[in-house]
Write a protein that binds this ligand. Structure first.
Ligand SMILES: C[S@@+](CC[C@H](N)C(=O)[O-])C[C@H]1O[C@@H](n2cnc3c(N)ncnc32)[C@H](O)[C@@H]1O
Length: 320
């Protein structure tokens, strides 16, 4: 096989149809909300990469620390020949895992962002020309079909991205991931952990405004794709910690009453002054919650590793 394949698993217009459905549903309900996957056009993916380098955004550094320390052990325990990565983005941290897996045959990055997949593959292949990379442009919440590469498979879901799913979505997602695993395969899951509120809020509301630009990027995406007339400056970036749900919410708060038109949907959406549009949740976890959610999906937790300061966890689980 050629070292690089890119497969679009959804028909060309499926993304457009999904965006129209999500915007129609999200902007006509109360409270208003949009799913976080729409942040990630080329600009949104680049802004996310910038976020990962900010002093306030500890999750990337904490997870990298665990990968640097534990990749050898993960390789030994799993013996993976195929590494599938869901929501792979830049695949920047993944290189520690790739380099530690001596029997690795194929790396399968999966993302909605084509620009992120192509950028990551170019960088990886420049350094490792013998690596097979089979990238999938796909939505990991919509039933994945994986290429027929050799097992055992290790499915990695890093970055704490699982926290962007609501509890019912998480349960459905974990069950679908379990369905991808055969005996001998494993799931490597990155989860950000519950901690002091001020640390959490700063991670989602940095001093230089990069997270605010990332948050508002969803408005640029809706303007470009659906002809909407959102004025991003008319919304303020807000990050709040929900103590009961144990998740951060990113919101866009209308600075004044306004009506936004979305011509592709024949829709006019009214915002009151101070009204919030929720754009992301980022749930924070405790070990017992991760263990129990995995168990409910038919997965047994076998390993739990944290960074030295206990901020972030990587867990390994196998089909029960
Ligand atoms: C928070 S970033 C994490 C990126 C990388 N894994 C990391 O740890 O730095 C989430 C990534 O998941 C992708 N993503 C978000 N929702 C997705 C979905 N429903 N299906 C596939 N990819 C998705 C985004 O494009 C982005 O690259």
């Amino acid at each position: 096989m050629s070292p690089y394949l890119l497969t679009r698993t959804l028909p060309e217009d499926a993304t457009g149809a999904a965006l129209r459905a999500d915007v129609l549903h999200g902007l006509t309900r109360t409270p208003k909300s949009l799913p976080p996957k729409w942040f990630y056009d080329a600009r949104g993916s680049a802004l996310f990469d910038e976020i990962t380098t900010l002093p306030e955004y500890y999750p990337t550094r904490a997870e990298r620390e665990i990968l640097v320390t534990r990749s050898g052990e993960i390789a030994e325990v799993t013996g993976a020949r195929t590494l599938v990565e869901l929501g792979s983005g830049s695949s920047e941290k993944t290189r520690h895992l790739i380099d530690a897996l001596p029997a690795l045959h194929t790396y399968v990055p999966v993302d909605v962002s084509e620009s992120a997949l192509t950028g990551a593959a170019n960088t990886l292949l420049a350094e490792r020309p013998a690596l097979n990379v089979h990238a999938l442009i796909a939505d990991f919440t919509r039933g994945l079909a994986l290429p027929g590469t050799p097992g055992p498979r290790l499915v990695a879901f890093l970055g704490g991205t699982i926290g962007n799913l609501l509890p019912a979505e998480r349960a459905a997602f974990l069950t679908s991931v379990r369905g991808l695993l055969s005996p001998g395969d494993a799931l490597l899951l990155g989860t950000d952990l519950v901690k002091d509120e001020s640390v959490l809020v700063s991670a989602y509301d940095d001093g230089t405004g990069v997270t605010a630009a990332f948050n508002k990027n969803v408005l640029h995406v809706v303007n470009r794709e659906l002809g909407a007339d959102f004025d991003p400056d008319a919304f303020a970036h807000v990050a709040v910690w929900d103590r009961d749900q144990e998740w951060i919410e990113m919101r866009l708060r209308a600075r004044a009453a306004q009506t936004v038109k979305v011509p592709a949907l024949d829709l006019a959406v009214h915002f009151e002054e101070g009204e919030d549009l929720r754009t992301e949740i980022s749930a924070k976890f405790r070990e017992e919650v991760v263990k129990s959610e995995l168990a409910q999906a038919g997965l047994s937790l076998t390993h739990w590793w944290t960074d030295e300061r206990g901020r972030f966890a990587l867990s390994l689980s196998t089909p029960a």
